[in-house]
Design a protein around this ligand. Structure first.
Ligand code: NAD
Length: 370
């Protein structure tokens, strides 16, 4: 039996996660998905309860689970709390202690939403790319770092972009594995023209892919050109692997191609153990949306699609993941929308209404996926 730890967090995190629980229950009764679900606090609510953004007990549960499903953390009421116990510290602790070094961010453009993108329909319709971002290294963690007082009225801020071979090897392997399961095309983005860490990245990715995934077509692209290409012709990419900093930027660019934050799922994976299982955390890309929290209008699709990724990557249930993604597509094709993706002439629903519609589509479509 599998184990899921749910960490709904703050703001709309609790609202969208309640809908994921209904979807999981449906998979339990209809598709024999056998899991135990535990729940705990993360973010501002954990700070209010324990004085830290995630308790040791919740961390222990995360270590024992096959998948962590996280909602969102943060909100203006915690803006003043100390840096090391701020809500986001809970996310960083989870990622760090679970060793979640690979961040998977798909950017999929649903045909029904193509007009919500800021790009023309023909450029983004049918878009399906997967950005694999290195998550635990690079400039966000490198030493030395800090702000130094130079004593003459000047200060110096320092961060260090640093990668070692093993960090590049393992992310290249995750990306190579994923590319083999998709279109067998991998692009790798860095800035080898101006950064030694980029040169090392380029050389190590070339070596790992050449030795371990000889069937893959590997392309190297400079990260700034990649940003331009993502806007000019995003469909040229299938899987794109890049470091922490460039991945942060490029995945946001790719995300916006698809229209709304309320639609974007993500996964963070660790290294596979001897049985091929990885620690994993699944979460929507959006935050706690304090501006709409408590109103029952948050779009739950990003979190529900994150659960589809959990089905695929943590529970090896690809067909169940396909079914859930098809159910979401079906609902959008029927013209059912939450406020963030509302278009003229469509039927507007709230958080619960959207998952009601997805559950109805699951019932309608499930025979095609057995
Ligand atoms: P946000 O993603 O919470 O919201 C940005 C805008 O998108 C808001 O107008 C919001 O209403 C809308 N939005 C987001 N998700 C939506 C959904 N599912 N349905 C409908 N509309 C949606 O980003 P923000 O406003 O910059 O940050 C709010 C808080 O969330 C901050 O405290 C921030 O630190 C935190 N945050 C947390 C995470 C995380 O938990 N991973 C990520 C980003 C921001």
């Amino acid at each position: 039996m599998g184990k899921i730890l749910m960490l709904p967090g703050d703001g709309i995190g609790t609202e969208v996660m309640a809908e994921v629980r209904r979807i999981i229950d449906w998979y339990g009764t209809q598709r024999g998905f056998d899991v135990t679900i535990d729940e705990d606090l993360v973010g501002g609510c954990a700070y209010d309860e324990h004085g830290q953004a995630i308790s040791d007990a919740a961390m222990e549960k995360a270590h024992q689970s096959d998948a962590v499903m996280l909602g969102a953390v943060g909100g203006p009421q915690w803006d003043g709390v100390a840096y090391d116990v701020r809500p986001e510290a809970g996310l960083l602790r989870l990622r760090g202690e679970l060793g979640l070094f690979a961040n998977l961010r798909p950017a999929i453009c649903f045909a029904a939403l193509a007009d919500a993108s800021s790009l023309k329909r023909d450029i983004i319709e049918g878009l399906d790319i997967l950005i694999v971002r290195e998550l635990t290294g690079g400039v966000y963690f490198g030493e030395p770092r800090g702000i130094e007082d130079l004593g003459d009225g000047q200060r110096r801020g320092v961060n260090t972009q640093v990668y070692e071979t093993y960090e590049i090897e393992r992310i290249a392997r995750v990306a190579g594995d994923l590319a083999m399961k998709r279109d067998k095309r991998l692009a790798s983005a860095e800035k080898r023209n101006v950064m030694e860490s980029g040169l090392l990245w380029n050389e190590e990715v070339t070596r790992v892919i050449g030795n371990e995934f000889p069937e893959l077509e590997l392309e190297h692209v400079l990260a700034d050109n990649c940003a331009m290409q993502l806007v000019r012709n995003p469909k040229q990419y299938d899987v794109l692997v890049t470091d922490n900093l460039f991945g942060d930027l490029l995945s946001d660019v790719a995300a916006m191609l698809t229209g709304s934050l309320g639609m974007l799922p993500s996964a963070a994976l660790g290294a596979a153990d001897s049985e091929g299982r990885s620690k994993a955390m699944y979460e929507p890309v959006h935050g706690s949306a304090p501006d709409i929290a408590g109103q029952g209008i948050a779009n739950p699709i990003a979190t529900i699609m994150s659960f589809a990724m959990a089905l695929r990557y943590s529970f090896n249930r690809g067909q169940d993941a396909d079914l859930l993604e098809a159910a979401v597509t079906h609902v959008l094709d029927k013209g059912i929308r939450c406020g963030d993706i509302m278009q003229p002439g469509m039927e507007k629903v709230g958080t619960v209404g959207m998952s009601d519609a997805i559950l109805a589509s699951l019932n309608e479509l499930q025979e095609q996926y057995s």
